[in-house]
Design a protein around this ligand. Structure first.
Ligand SMILES: [Fe+2]
Ligand SMILES: [Fe+2]
Length: 227
């Protein structure tokens, strides 16, 4: 397989777009029709440039091998961040109606912030980079950076590409938009709560305990929600 950054591995079809919406139903809550279509397109395009068939096939991890969910996938993470980000937005605006936050940019940004993970988590890429990191690096491009490529390739506005870039460590090098601050904090909060509640595999927590996170035991009597 000729794997190259920015090269489609399969066509972007309506069936692929439908799977994106099935995994990320909050896409349909994006009010602006064009932004909604391009947000769906971003994930369909990212999947088409990878060996993954759908978002819910991508492991539920912060980075490959780091912050690994005990169960659940990347779709659970994205939906959780979108719900957190919208709750933060609506709560703050309810208290201070004079502030201006673009709900659509927050929602699209939250659902698309990790679209570069189809590249960074692709097993074909992981093996390639592991086998010889001297060729293209390991990874060649982090998901935040690859996410910018995806967003711009499908014609999403720079506001969403900025969130894909700056939700992650790359945000330390730029000034952040208001909507990016919300998504970035919702994202980091989601992983912090996952760690504190015991939903992360301890060995994958990368020193989170040293930063004061004390994972709680999971309940033994809980019935996991159906996927
Ligand atoms: Fe991320
Ligand atoms: Fe994330």
């Amino acid at each position: 397989m000729n794997y190259a950054a920015g090269k489609l591995q399969k066509p972007v079809t309506d069936a692929l777009r439908a799977l994106v919406v099935e995994d990320l139903p909050e896409m349909m809550d994006i009010a602006d029709q064009e932004l909604r279509a391009k947000s769906i397109e971003a994930w369909a395009y990212a999947l088409a440039e990878s060996s993954f068939q759908r978002v819910s096939e991508i492991p539920g991890e912060g980075n490959p091998g780091l912050a690994t969910l005990r169960r659940g996938s990347q779709a659970d993470h994205l939906r959780g961040v979108a719900q957190f980000a919208m709750a933060l937005t609506d709560s703050f605006v309810a208290s201070f109606p004079e502030v201006e936050i673009n709900r659509d940019i927050v929602l699209s940004g939250a659902l698309c912030h990790d679209c570069g993970k189809a590249w960074e988590f692709d097993p074909v890429n992981l093996k390639r980079w592991r086998d010889d990191p001297s060729r293209a690096g390991r990874p060649s491009l982090r998901h935040s950076v690859y996410g910018v490529h995806v967003c711009l390739a499908v014609g999403l506005p720079e506001e969403i590409a900025h969130i894909a870039l700056a939700h992650s460590r790359e945000g330390e090098f730029v000034g952040m938009s208001t909507e990016c601050v919300i998504v970035r904090n919702a994202d980091h909060l989601w992983w912090t709560i996952a760690g504190a509640t015991g939903m992360l595999i301890p060995e994958s927590m990368g020193g989170a305990e040293a930063r004061g996170v004390c994972p709680r035991q999971l309940r033994s009597d809980a019935t996991p929600r159906a996927a």
